[in-house]
Design a binder for this molecule. Structure first.
Ligand SMILES: [Zn+2]
Length: 444
């Protein structure tokens, strides 16, 4: 049994509380107890205790939408004129980048943001992968990177018709093979069926995805109405909207993740609410692509489970919480907006989605929950209470350094040092990454 003591324990979850001079007893299976330092020292006298001297401890952070493969885009120069709209961003950047990825690139493109995530306290990361010229076996390479870092992961391959029937078939096969390869006792790894977006999927492909989802009892992870172009495409095919089209193919529902939903109207939002479909909000990505501002308040008033993703902008959804806080106030010209929504998304909805996916209580510090913890180099300058934690989460933690990250009871970062790396290994990886990225930029 391991024990951390003299911590400011911030639990998150439905019964959020703050324990000053708190302690947590855990092993690699679960959190066994939480309480004051005095209580837990008396209960576990033989446990090895680590004194945190008042540092803040939160649950491990959950990122519900990411593209690890975007790593080599940092600093890339486009070969055409700057994109004027979202479709051109896809055509001139992302669909060129993913086609240029080779087998050799995949491990490092995953390792680097996973390490960045660990440095920011991320212990669960749901990814959406595309590499059309290396599809078969791609998810296993990503899995190796997750295993190396000791982070929980949910993987899927992005099926699309945009590169022809053969690549589309391969996408289906990779998802199915990876889903079938996971064993029931692999609590650190999950899988979904990845779909790019309605606008690059034919009627046949959506039907096939729906059948596969039913057959394998696995949800789909798809971009939805990110830009109005997605709706225009659905309307041209005879549907009311993207959500209407996906709903008619039985692709809505509590097992599925609809990413963005920026351009969803009230009718779409009630369909998402009635079907308990999960939505992921990625404010930095939406602002960067200039696609609009999701109707967050409306979606959450309808009790849709909305959580935070980073969509390739970085590995840390805490920065998206920070962004959402100011974006929705700015958008509504009302300083009262966003507080309630961002708190629930970050501390309740993201953890609940992960808990369902990994069949284990994730993202909350309580007895029986997964032993995923973040120790922050953040000694609060003002009192922390259950009622004011959001103030620290919004204005303090995004600028604080993570001291240590614990996932599945293992310390994967200690005092700022990634424990899964050997001496000089990171420098070697970064040098190799720069070399591979430069070669990819040539092919791009
Ligand atoms: Zn995305």
């Amino acid at each position: 049994m391991k024990l951390i003591t003299h911590a400011t324990v911030v639990t998150f979850g439905d019964n959020h509380r703050v324990i000053n001079d708190g302690a947590i007893a855990y092993d690699e299976d679960k959190i066994h107890a939480i309480g004051t330092t005095e209580e837990l020292k008396a209960r576990f006298p033989k446990a090895k205790a680590k004194n945190l001297n008042g540092k803040l401890v939160t649950p491990g952070i959950v990122n519900t939408h990411m593209h690890l493969y975007s790593t080599f885009s940092r600093g890339i120069s486009l070969k055409d004129a700057p994109p004027e709209n979202f479709t051109q961003i896809l055509e001139r950047l992302w669909w060129r980048l993913d086609k240029a990825l080779t087998k050799e690139d995949l491990y490092l493109t995953a390792m680097i943001p996973l390490m960045e995530g660990v440095r920011n306290g991320v212990t669960t990361l749901i990814d959406h992968h595309a590499s059309p010229n290396y599809i078969k076996g791609s998810l296993s390479i990503l899995k190796d990177a997750y295993r190396k870092c000791g982070v929980r992961g949910s993987l899927c391959y992005e099926i699309s018709d945009r590169d022809g029937q053969e690549k589309c078939n391969e996408g289906f096969e990779e998802n199915a093979a990876f889903i079938k390869s996971l064993k029931s006792d692999e609590h650190d790894m999950a899988a979904m069926i990845g779909l790019h977006a309605s606008m690059t999927l034919s009627e046949e492909s959506l039907k096939r995805a729906s059948d596969l989802s039913k057959e394998l009892k696995t949800g789909v992870h798809i971009h939805v109405a990110e830009d109005q172009a997605d709706n225009v495409d659905a309307i041209n095919r005879g549907y009311r909207s993207v959500v209407d089209r996906l709903h008619k193919f039985n692709l809505t529902g509590p097992e599925n993740i609809f990413v963005h939903c920026v351009n969803c109207d009230e009718h779409d939002i009630s369909t998402l609410a009635l079907t308990n479909t999960n939505v992921v909000h990625n404010p930095r990505s939406n602002m960067n692509n200039a696609v609009g501002c999701a109707k967050l308040e409306k979606m959450m008033a309808e009790k849709i489970s909305v959580s935070f993703g980073t969509d390739g902008m970085s590995a840390s959804p805490l920065v998206d919480l920070w962004t959402a806080n100011i974006l929705h106030k700015h958008q509504a010209r009302d300083p009262r907006k966003a507080y309630g929504e961002i708190w629930k998304m970050f501390t309740v909805n993201g953890p609940k989605l992960a808990s369902k996916m990994f069949k284990k209580k994730i993202g909350t510090i309580e007895e029986g929950a997964a032993p995923d913890l973040v120790i922050w180099d953040y000694i609060p300058p003002t009192p922390v209470t259950a009622d004011n934690t959001l103030g620290h989460l919004t204005f303090g933690l995004p600028f604080a350094r993570v001291n240590s990250t614990i996932c599945q009871g293992k310390t994967i970062m200690e005092d700022g040092k990634l424990t899964f790396l050997g001496e000089g290994e990171e420098e070697e990886m970064m040098a190799k990454s720069r070399e591979l990225a430069a070669a990819l930029w040539e092919r791009f």
